[in-house]
Design a protein around this ligand. Structure first.
Ligand SMILES: *Cc1c(COP(=O)(O)O)cnc(C)c1O
Length: 485
């Protein structure tokens, strides 16, 4: 009844909507489809000069609205050529951030709701679908059903939550109240090859960089954290009056794919009563293929795991799965309930804002639902298997090519290589020159890392739509440009 009254209200005093939302929505959808089809013919990374794009944008917002025609024309003129095309099939840099078309479609629908999903009651469907999608993903990567979780914006946030949980657990959940002043320093352990988000989590959690104890790693190909060195570091710290709080375990590290022995590290952590967080931000997506699961053998013993469907799997940014074996420590660390956020009179509900730093949250589960239903797990597995196989193939071709050296072997679909200068000159400078020339060429896009004092070029296969021919083009491009230098 109340709704009927509202619907019959005269809305003519509302401020004008200056454009036809339906027509322009159609145009935007067409544009997105054309864009995707055009990617093959675009350079992967633009030849942008710093500041050149900003110079084309007005210095302040207009007082009077402009036509959508002119806004859209400027968009087409200025923006696409200034973008690095992350959905390009020859994007082999960093780690891919895939957006499968079905998931992108769901993202458009989530944008239509533009909902704020902080509590169950602020979007019941978003919360309940999230519970289900976390569980679909948990099953798909082969973890037992004692893991619960939520979708966070990024792995950095999930790792921060895990480090905060380590902190609170070690302080008997008094840190949030009392702060850290006057307390014994807490220590967290991780391999020297973990991602910078671990360092940052310790900064933000107030623990300090000096209390992140970096444990040396063992030999190629896995470069795993040395178990004995971990045990010794913990014992040394206890003797010195520090308080060990947790261990961050790495599977598929960003630089060259370094992978710890999860089972072994969890055993040590359990014996020491330390909380464990497994960072599998990139490699976690590959665990939908049973044959890759041995890489994180023992993951079921970790207290906390992060993996990014927004990397390899095909879910557009932002979607990071944070799984915890027992949510109570996490929720005890992160939940805060002022009266204005309470939901009265409802039992058995989950408020996912109590599982993370951010209060407001997007409707992320919808894109997972569309992705899994549109492709099915087998289709997604086949793509990842192809990527792994094609990366191995390229590594073998480069290995056989004179002047090239594989520096780190493929771990899943990531390996690193370098080209040796003919005159025996400075290899690091030579490879810097090589990667700049390759990326300016635009046919493919690669990034670099330092590995044991060597400047090396990383190659990651993993773009959602890539084909084997894209790896062939990569081989031709890399060898052609190296020979031209
Ligand atoms: C990409 C990556 C991260 C950071 O991921 P964000 O979601 O961008 O925060 C952390 N750890 C590893 C191993 C990664 O590959």
């Amino acid at each position: 009844m109340g709704l009927m009254v509202v619907m019959s209200l005269d809305r003519s005093d509302a401020v004008d909507e200056p454009f036809d939302f339906r027509a322009w929505s159609h145009k935007a959808a067409d544009w997105a489809t054309d864009y995707r089809e055009s990617l093959d013919s675009r350079p992967v990374r633009p030849k942008a000069i710093p500041g050149a794009i900003a110079a084309q944008i007005a210095d302040a917002a207009p007082e009077d609205g402009e036509t959508m025609e002119s806004i859209f024309a400027d968009f087409e003129r200025i923006i696409p050529d200034g973008m690095t095309h992350w959905q390009h099939p020859r994007f082999f840099a960093y780690f891919q951030s895939n957006a499968a078309p079905a998931a992108q479609l769901a993202e458009q629908l989530a944008t239509a709701f533009a909902s704020q999903c902080m509590l169950w009651q602020t979007s019941p469907a978003a919360t309940e679908l999230e519970i289900k999608m976390v569980d679909w993903l948990r099953q798909a990567v082969g973890l037992p059903d004692d893991f619960k979780g939520s979708f966070q914006d990024t792995a950095s946030s999930a790792t921060l939550c895990a480090v905060l949980t380590m902190r609170e657990r070690a302080l008997e959940f008094k840190g949030n109240q009392e702060g850290l002043f006057g307390k014994q320093p807490l220590r967290i352990y991780a391999s020297e090859r973990t991602h910078s988000s671990i360092d940052k989590a310790l900064w933000v959690a107030g623990l300090g960089q000096d209390n992140l104890v970096k444990i040396p790693t063992g030999p190629a190909p896995l470069f795993a954290m040395q178990a004995d060195a971990l045990r010794e570091a913990i014992a040394r710290d206890r003797a010195a009056g520090f308080v060990p709080a947790g261990v961050v375990i790495c599977v598929g590290g960003t630089s060259i794919g370094a992978t710890d022995n999860v089972e072994e590290i969890c055993q040590i952590a359990e014996a020491e009563d330390l909380y464990t967080h497994l960072d599998a931000a990139w490699a976690g997506s590959a665990m939908i293929c049973p044959e890759f699961q041995p890489l994180w053998n023992g993951a079921h013993r970790a207290d906390s795991i992060v993996l990014n469907p927004h990397k390899w799997l095909g879910v557009p940014m932002e979607c990071s799965l944070h799984l915890v074996r027992d949510p109570s420590s996490l929720v005890r660390t992160m939940a805060i309930q002022p009266e204005y956020l309470k939901t009265h009179g409802k039992d058995g509900i989950v408020n996912f804002s109590e599982w993370s730093v951010q209060l407001g949250r997007r409707f992320r589960a919808l894109k997972i639902w569309f992705l899994f239903r549109a492709y099915g797990l087998e289709n997604l597995r086949q793509r990842i298997r192809n990527h792994v196989q094609w990366a191995e193939l390229l590594a073998d071709r480069l290995r056989d090519e004179s002047g090239f050296e594989i520096v780190t072997e493929p771990i899943l679909s990531l390996f690193s290589f370098r080209h040796l200068p003919k005159d025996g000159g400075d290899a690091n400078a030579h490879n810097l020159e090589l990667i700049n020339a390759i990326n300016d060429d635009g046919t493919i896009y690669l990034t670099q890392t330092m590995h044991e004092e060597k400047f090396v070029i990383r190659f990651v296969a993993g773009q959602f739509d890539m084909q084997k021919k894209d790896v062939d083009i990569a081989f031709e491009t890399i060898t052609r440009i190296a020979n031209e230098l």
